[in-house]
Design a protein around this ligand. Sequence first.
Ligand code: SF4
Length: 110
Amino acid sequence: MNLGVPVFNIQEDIERIADLVEGQAFKLPNLNCGGCGCDSCYELAREIIRGKESLEDCSALRPETQIILNGKVLALNPFISQMIRGTIVGMLSSLKGYRKGNIQIKIEDK
Ligand code: SF4
């Protein structure tokens, strides 16, 4: 029977099931932003498990803007990512010495 999804024996394949779910679907940020073309992260996770899509299809996992807060990457939906990028690049581009490239800003908010 071809169900279009991996088939496991629940009693013998627990490790393989855990590896598949942990290694693929649980990395999605659960923003449900639609940036991947799916209505929800759950829908993309299903397609990943079926082998039809991959984690690279999640646009929130490869944004042009990345915010690291206390060592952890914050999940940004595409709209917020573009808004932050546009705002910061807009402000910095007016500064003397500005050049396009990789921008890193460090903020201590204590
Ligand atoms: S792009 Fe990523 S965060 Fe957005 S709905 Fe798809 S899987 Fe979820």
